[in-house]
Ligand binder design. Structure first.
Ligand code: FEO
Length: 414
């Protein structure tokens, strides 16, 4: 299937889509399935004083991208190349574009400086850094830059064209959804992809998404030009509202201001389960804490992520089998890449037969994920817990929950 043709599509007066469709891609960034492909959106703005290129495409599609540019202008006319995001799916054609467009200056966020050098392997690239409150006026277009980091890399930014009420949102509001009809009001139903994309790309950076939305909401927006999937022009505010809703921690609305502590465990001979129950009792005894216990042998991954997201404190209990934690524990730890961990406290516990390495492995992983780890980072019990040891579990939970509640102690972070 070839969804690409050479005709640039005008999305607003003198603003053209010059991106490419990739209908055959089936996996994106290793973790995402792309059942009907994706697109790498890029744009060209024509003014009487020169041309601005907005982002580029994946390297393997650059010849098509250049042909589209050549249909609209000569390379000498290009005055600026705005790069909202330097991940290779958008930055692949930058090195060659800069060789062709010798009059052009690259505009990037300050955080993108080292990346630009790493992509081009040149020290003499003409570039300038831009951020919120900086703007560019060229001909009849005024572009206001917006600092929107971590959406989806540290260097990402957005921009807004005042005259067109057009937001270049970068990866934000994207979908891995390939449809050459291009606009949201004429493509097929891409909502599943819009949500899936949010869950995998934006969800780990919810607080940054809310910061970006605060910036976007200052503007009247008629059209959102994303870096992937449909361009959003049919009531674009609703897409902003979806992001806002998904990025707010809705559970907190029903937790009555209490902190949530989630206790996950896996058990072979009930010993780690007994520890989990004692830990639960200890947690529940602390004022201002709501505790819940989950058996990892019977929990669905999508529920896991939701629970983790809503938790202020996370305790993970595991037996040690063959010097390792069993797979359901690693499944829990691996899905943490999809959630925002900022401020969350975590620790581990477990019963063991020989040496209990799994508990330390969990702590190591939690540290590398940047959880806040209390000084008393784990509790291990050999085989069947005694009454006294269960009491130690209770005390361990109390101390953990006091820290979740804000007690000041020196925390370990990676
Ligand atoms: Fe579409 Fe984060 O790149």
């Amino acid at each position: 299937m070839n969804d690409n043709n050479l005709n640039p599509i005008e999305i607003s007066p003198n603003i053209y889509f010059i991106g490419v469709f990739d209908p055959d891609i089936r996996t994106f960034d290793i973790i995402m399935k792309t059942a009907n492909g994706s697109s790498y959106n890029a744009y060209l703005i024509k003014t009487k004083e020169g041309v601005i290129i907005v982002d580029t495409v994946k390297l393997e599609f650059q010849e098509l991208f250049f042909k589209k540019i050549e249909k609209l202008c000569s390379y000498d006319e290009i005055k600026y190349v705005i790069c909202h995001h330097l991940e290779p799916d958008h930055a692949g054609a930058i090195p060659q574009l800069m060789q062709k467009a010798t009059n052009a200056k690259v505009l990037i966020s300050p955080q993108a400086t080292a990346m630009l050098k790493a992509i081009t392997h040149k020290d003499n690239i003409d570039f300038e850094t831009v951020w919120t409150n900086k703007s560019l006026k060229l001909g009849d277009k005024t572009i206001q830059f917006l600092t929107t980091p971590y959406l989806h890399w540290p260097e990402t930014m957005s921009s807004y064209i005042q005259e067109d009420k057009l937001l270049f949102s970068g990866d934000v509001f994207g979908s891995h959804y390939c449809d050459k009809r291009l606009f949201d009001d004429v493509v097929g139903d891409f909502f599943y992809s819009f949500k899936y994309y949010y869950d995998h790309i934006m969800r780990p950076f919810k607080s940054y998404a809310l910061n970006a939305i605060r910036l976007y909401e200052k503007f009247e927006i008629d059209i959102i030009a994303t870096l992937h999937g449909p361009i959003l022009r049919d009531n674009p505010k609703r897409y902003i509202d979806y992001y806002k809703k998904w990025s707010q921690n809705n559970y907190k609305l029903i937790a009555n201001g209490k902190k949530t502590v989630s206790i996950f465990y896996l058990t072979s001979y009930k010993n780690t389960k007994d520890m989990a129950e004692a830990i639960y009792e200890g947690a529940e005894s602390v004022e201002g804490i709501i505790a819940n216990v989950y058996d990892l042998a019977s929990i669905d991954e999508s529920n896991m992520i939701t629970i983790l997201e809503e938790s202020d404190g996370i305790l993970i209990g595991t037996p040690t089998i063959n010097a390792d934690a069993p797979k359901p524990v690693w499944d829990l730890l691996s899905c943490m890449m999809l959630l925002e961990k900022k401020g969350k406290v975590a620790a581990s516990f477990g019963s063991y037969g020989w040496s209990g390495e799994a508990i330390d492995m969990i702590i190591h992983r939690l540290k590398s994920l940047n959880f806040r780890i209390p000084p008393n980072e784990s509790i291990k019990i050999k085989l069947i817990p005694t009454k006294e040891e269960l009491h130690d579990c209770f005390d361990f939970a109390v101390e953990f929950c006091e820290i979740v509640n804000g007690k000041m102690v020196e925390m370990t972070m990676n």
